[in-house]
Write a protein that binds this ligand. Structure first.
Ligand code: SF4
Length: 616
């Protein structure tokens, strides 16, 4: 096959059966491409068409789908990320995880938009893809290596997507790394480990061109200008990265503190972005092909390490009452090497600390004790002693030791670092996100904390949660980084020239109209250039709505219903020192179901499925 020049979508997906060793190619149909776009949507559809309900997430019948997006390898801003979709061993339902390492781009340049892995190899192996060809090789001594060491040793094979020891040992929140970038949530590393697969490499030499280069160039110029001009993507993310949220959310009772029991952290300034920049910053880095480069490395006690992101600073810091950036950066480095999610791990440790404090567990862990945390990370990854229980996550720990009142998870996924008592729409988002308490499934915390919507009441929340969830699924299928939602939605005349109180009044009073008229032209224009056909606003939005509903349907097949669309008891029932009013989840939820066209049990109705072209 000649892979010297390919269009933005190749419609070829590698299909690797590790049980039989067979390798073939799936041809993606034009219909699926039109309805599901790429990235998350297409990965989910591939899985839906091939997986039976109720398979064991760690069994050979589970599928691991990795998919790049149409924008990868082109100058579209922040378009180089890729996604991993599977049934999660942490939650038992479907999930997606996104990452911006070079693997997705290299796979595409090798002639494949994605790869579907099924079965289980008889002994540890690696899959190596090189310009249109793929082989399965024994992993040998690579099995057991940490993610950094493994990728460095095997870099001649190309760019990697790799599991660490945590994935090999089936830690339910194990991650996958591509370079130093992490597909962090829902245990994709454990799925890879369960297949006896250490990693997948890709090397490719094709050039990727958009279908309509003239149209695409014009769209890219407009989009890049907006990315540069927006305060967040053009300045703050580059200068402060995601830790910019520490001060914003630490002063609005959103940052998690002491296993989500407090509204503020006295050492917040010790762990904020400004301190990180002033004491530790070395250089920016980030995802392939992104002009923003929102991540950074820093000098921590003489070592150059990847700087922790906002989520890690909170979950491994304020949530454990650890106010020391050097310690947090050390945890981050260790967790990345072992291949474990910092959000789930921090939540699980916070829960274990509170269990211990209340006499329900004898762990030696206590709030503020960084040394004890340091000592237990390897035990979790290798499932030694108490580490074996901690490797199962919060929901499983609560089943064994009790403490349901303060177990912070939704549908088994530990909560990201936005306490909904400070932004109630985010609570509805967590309760209804397909993956569980994920911040990457259409978050509203930003519009709430920016006061476009009142953070503490229900007005407009159902409409905006639905809109952000559907939009984000479309964006995650294109794939553009979700940070592009700031410039593409806000860097336009309406946002720039309308006084904020007027905008806020409009959004809260006419939320349906506000979401229905939000400018999505940059996404549509970029995709039109990539595909060489016009994509209307309604079509683009509907793709997201279709993907969200398909995933819901897949989860309903696994037993998910209204009983699961809830929040942790602590979040619903406990009032913190800021005296924020309780979240009226039921009220928001009823409206949300109506808007979605779901029945009272949260099942997508026939009418909505028919409109979206989903075959149940
Ligand atoms: S903004 Fe950050 S997370 Fe998004 S693509 Fe760029 S570097 Fe990656």
């Amino acid at each position: 096959m000649d892979v010297k020049e390919i269009t933005a979508v190749n419609n070829r997906v590698l299909d690797v059966d590790l049980t039989s060793g067979e390798i073939s190619v799936i041809q993606v149909s034009e219909e699926d491409r039109r309805l599901y776009l790429g990235g998350k949507g297409l990965a989910l559809k591939l899985v839906f068409d091939r997986i039976k309900p109720e398979v064991d997430p760690l069994g050979p019948e589970n599928l691991l789908a990795v998919m790049s997006g149409p924008a990868a390898g082109t100058p579209a801003p922040a378009g180089g990320r890729f996604c991993v979709v599977s049934k999660s061993p942490l939650t038992g339902i479907f999930a997606s995880s996104f990452v911006g390492g070079r693997f997705g781009l290299s796979l595409k340049k090798a002639g494949f938009d994605g790869i579907l892995v099924r079965g289980k190899a008889p002994k540890p192996v690696m899959i190596c893809v090189d310009d249109g060809e793929a082989v399965i090789e024994e992993a040998g001594e690579n099995w057991g290596m940490d993610t950094y060491e493994f990728q460095e040793k095997n870099k001649a094979r190309g760019d990697w997507l790799a599991a660490g020891p945590a994935g090999e040992n089936l830690v339910r929140y194990a991650v996958l790394l591509s370079g130093r970038r992490v597909a962090g949530r829902c245990g994709m590393g454990a799925v890879m480990g369960s297949k006896n697969l250490k990693g997948i490499s890709a090397k490719g030499s094709a050039k990727i061109r958009p279908a309509d280069p003239v149209l695409f160039k014009k769209a890219v110029q407009v989009a890049q200008k907006k990315v540069k001009a927006h305060e967040i993507t053009g300045k703050r993310l580059r200068e402060l990265g995601t830790p910019q949220n520490v001060n914003t959310y630490g002063t609005t009772a959103i940052m998690p503190v002491r296993n989500y029991s407090r509204a503020s952290f006295e050492k917040r300034e010790e762990i904020c972005a400004e301190t990180l920049r002033d004491r530790h910053f070395l250089k920016n880095h980030g995802c392939v092909g992104c002009p923003i480069q929102c991540s950074r490395t820093g000098n921590f006690n003489g070592q150059e390490l990847v700087s922790p992101e906002y989520e890690t600073i909170c979950l491994m810091g304020s949530n454990l009452l650890i106010g020391d950036l050097v310690k947090i950066a050390g945890f981050n480095d260790r967790l990345n090497r072992l291949g474990m999610d910092t959000i789930s791990c921090g939540n699980t440790l916070g829960f274990a600390m509170e269990l211990t404090e209340k006499g329900l567990l004898d762990s030696g862990l206590s709030f503020g004790d960084a040394e004890a945390v340091d000592a237990i990370l390897d035990d979790i990854a290798f499932r030694r002693g108490l580490g074996n229980d901690l490797a199962e996550g919060v929901r499983s720990m609560a089943r064994k030791y009790g403490g349901e009142d303060f177990a912070i998870h939704v549908k088994g996924l530990e909560m990201a670092a936005y306490d909904p008592r400070g932004c109630v729409g985010q609570g509805l988002g967590y309760a209804t996100a397909n993956a569980g308490a994920s911040h990457l499934s259409g978050s509203t915390h930003a519009v709430e904390v920016e006061s476009y919507l009142n953070a503490h009441d229900n007005k407009g929340k159902a409409e905006f949660v639905q809109f952000m969830q559907d939009l984000t699924d479309a964006v995650n299928s294109a794939i553009f980084c979700i940070q592009t939602e700031y410039p593409f939605l806000e860097q336009n005349p309406i946002y720039q020239y309308t006084p904020k109180p007027v905008l806020s009044f409009f959004m809260q009073t006419f939320p349906g109209l506000a979401v229905g008229t939000t400018d999505l032209s940059d996404y549509c224009n970029l995709l039109a250039g990539l595909f060489g056909r016009k994509i209307k606003r309604r079509q683009f939005y509907e793709i997201g709505e279709r993907i969200f509903n398909l995933e819901r349907l897949m989860n309903v097949r696994e037993g998910v219903s209204k009983k699961d669309d809830t929040l942790p008891k602590r979040i619903l029932n406990e009032v913190r020192e800021d005296n924020a009013p309780p979240i009226q989840l039921e009220v928001m939820l009823a409206k949300y179901y109506r808007l979605r066209g779901w029945d009272k049990e949260g099942k997508p109705g026939k009418k909505v499925l028919k409109r979206l072209g989903i075959q149940a």
